[in-house]
Structure formats: structure tokens, C-alpha cells
Design a protein around this ligand. Structure first.
Ligand code: SER
Length: 339
């Protein structure tokens, strides 16, 4: 990436933000402008050209960012996740949808200044899917394509699907009546599975039982998993998630036949995650105490997704299958972290 690139990263202090900023600062020359509602982790400060603390739903933040910089790419990572979203659905809508709308508008204005479409990279989620019940999930919802089962059962999923459509609108149809020419953006979205990082733990999500089991076991802390052992979801480790974001960002537009792509790596049950963890931490104290609301969310998400479009169109391929994720990345890194 040439040095005249300026990248905006929202939600910089979150899990994906950590992984993305660490990767970009070691491999790219671009200027990183980061924003988050909380102060930036000290480990990320040196990597960022500028950090602005603020609320993405505050129009003054977008105005300040847009006034001071011309962005070539925006990674819009800030979001309230699925479990937290069910505690306050209207707040989730405000942050996840109104916040995204403000940034899409910013990207559109910036495309005018830049003279070409700003790339807007958007992490969507398996939460965009909603399978009506467990029986249907087991029978028909095993490997789901992007256009199937888009009936989310959580506010977070509704928000993600809404923002996918807003991204499509700003990429393909946006043109204000007072504008002579449209200022379209280059919107690209990924539907991520549950993500597991060795360096951070998620907050407020529903796939969190995977990373929570691991991080508790590594610290010899007891953990009660909030879903049944047979619960099955697609997962991916953070290095693959970062690779997917960067590959999609750098893909040639003419190779992209759709705006939203599934990406995934492995699809374990909660019992299979525990089995991998017990191999490394045989004394781990992990029990199962399913929570009906969170179990219902997991049962509405597909057991696996079809990511063949991403593989075919922009060369997506996870580097970490389940064995390699645990043996080469997660276990050695959490051991070191909690040593
Ligand atoms: N990890 C997210 C959640 O559980 C799904 O995208 O909410």
C-alpha cells in the first residue's frame, strides 16, 4: 500500500481493532487514524498517526475526522455485539445503524474530495442469519449461503443486515438531489463467524463461550459455558480474520461479484472446543450451564457457512484449521500471556 493512503479504523480498541492495527503497523506504510469511545490501549498508540476518542454516533466526531483527513479506506469496526444488544436493543440500533450511517455519509463526502470511491470495509456477522429453530438448523441450516436464512433473531443481526443494505445503497444508488454527480463508495462486507483471539477477549457477544472457555482455562479459573455441549457454530482465529479483511480490501473491484461474503474456517461443537482445551489444560474446570436466551441465539445461527464465493473471487483460504488454530496459535499464545 503506498504511503499516501490514510486509513480510518473505528472501534480501534476492540478485538478486531487490536489485531488489525498490529498487523497494519508491521506490514503497511499507511497513516492510521483510529477512533474509539474509550482510550486507546497503550500498546496500539505508537502504531497510530492520530487517535481521536469519541462516540461514532456524534456528528461532531465525523465532522472533525472528515475535516482533518482524506481517507482512502475506512474499516468500520465499532459495534455493540449480540448479547449486549439484546439487553438494550434501541441502543444497539443507535450505535450499530445510526453510527454506520454517519460513516457511510462521511465516506461518500470523502469520495468526492478524493476523486475516487473510498473503500468501506464492513465486518458483518453470522448474526445476519436467523434459522427458526434447532430442528431446522440441524436439518436444513448446516452450510448456509449468503442469500439464505436472512431473518435475524437478534437486534445485532438486524442491525448488521440493515447496514449491509445501507452499504449497498451508498455504493450503488446514493445521489442527493442537490448533487450533480453521485459520490459512490466502494463498499465491501464480510460475514464473520465467531472469532477467537489469544490476545484479547470479546465483550457482549454470544459466540464468546469459545474464547471464554480458553482464556479461563489458561488462567486456571472455573468457567460455566452458557450453551449446551452439542451447540455448533462456525469459528475463525483472529489472524485469519485480519487476513480476510486485508484480502478483501485489496481485491480488484472487477473480481468482486457481490458486496457481502461469508468467510469461515472450522465448525466445532462447544464439546469439541472443550476437548481441544483439555488437551492443553487437563485440569481446566469447565462446566455447562446453558442460558436459555443465549442458547436460543446460538441455535438460530448456522452450524457452518458456505464461503465458496470468497474463495473463488478473491482467493480467501484460512491458514488455520481447528488443529492448527489451537496447537500453533491459541494455546502457545495464551500460555505465554498468562505465564
Ligand atoms: N461474535 C459476535 C457475537 O457473538 C457474532 O458476530 O455477537
Amino acid at each position: 500500500m503506498p504511503t499516501d493512503e490514510t486509513i480510518l479504523i473505528t472501534g480501534a480498541n476492540g478485538e478486531i481493532g487490536h489485531g488489525l492495527i498490529q498487523h497494519l503497523c508491521s506490514s503497511h506504510q499507511a497513516r492510521i487514524v483510529a477512533t474509539d469511545i474509550v482510550p486507546l490501549d497503550s500498546s496500539l498508540q505508537a502504531a497510530c498517526h492520530t487517535f481521536v476518542q469519541g462516540d461514532i454516533t456524534d456528528p461532531a466526531l465525523a465532522a472533525r475526522l472528515g475535516g482533518e483527513h482524506v481517507f482512502t479506506t475506512i474499516y468500520h469496526l465499532a459495534s455493540i455485539l449480540s448479547t449486549k444488544g439484546e439487553r438494550d436493543p434501541e441502543l444497539a440500533h443507535h450505535v450499530n445503524v445510526d453510527g454506520t450511517l454517519g460513516l457511510l455519509r462521511l465516506a461518500s463526502d470523502q469520495s468526492g474530495k478524493l476523486g475516487r470511491p473510498v473503500k468501506f470495509i464492513y465486518p458483518s456477522s453470522i448474526a445476519a442469519y436467523g434459522i427458526p429453530d434447532l430442528e431446522t438448523k440441524q436439518r436444513d441450516g448446516r452450510v448456509v449461503r449468503e442469500d439464505e436464512w436472512c431473518f435475524p433473531a437478534t437486534m445485532y443481526g438486524v442491525n448488521k443486515l440493515t447496514c449491509e443494505h445501507l452499504g449497498r445503497y451508498y455504493a450503488q444508488h446514493y445521489r442527493r438531489l442537490d448533487q450533480e454527480a453521485p459520490m459512490r463508495i466502494d463498499f465491501r462486507g464480510l460475514r464473520f463467524p465467531g472469532l477467537i483471539s489469544a490476545l484479547t477477549v470479546p465483550t457482549g457477544g454470544t459466540s464468546d463461550y469459545g474464547p471464554e472457555m480458553l482464556h479461563h482455562a489458561a488462567q486456571s479459573k472455573p468457567y460455566a459455558c452458557f450453551v449446551r455441549p452439542d451447540s455448533q457454530l462456525p469459528f475463525m482465529v483472529m489472524p485469519d480474520a485480519i487476513t480476510a479483511l486485508l484480502q478483501l480490501e485489496s481485491a480488484r473491484r472487477e473480481n468482486l461479484g457481490q458486496l457481502i461474503y461469508n468467510v469461515t474456517s472450522f465448525s466445532p461443537t462447544a464439546a469439541e472446543i472443550l476437548e481441544m482445551i483439555l488437551r492443553a489444560f487437563p485440569a481446566a474446570q469447565i462446566t455447562f450451564a446453558p442460558d436459555a436466551r443465549r442458547q436460543g441465539i446460538v441455535d438460530s445461527w448456522p452450524a457452518d457457512v458456505d464461503d465458496s464465493a470468497a474463495r473463488r473471487e478473491w482467493g480467501w483460504k484460512p491458514a488455520y484449521d481447528m488443529r492448527r488454530s489451537f496447537e500453533d496459535y491459541l494455546i502457545p499464545s495464551v500460555r505465554q500471556r498468562y505465564a
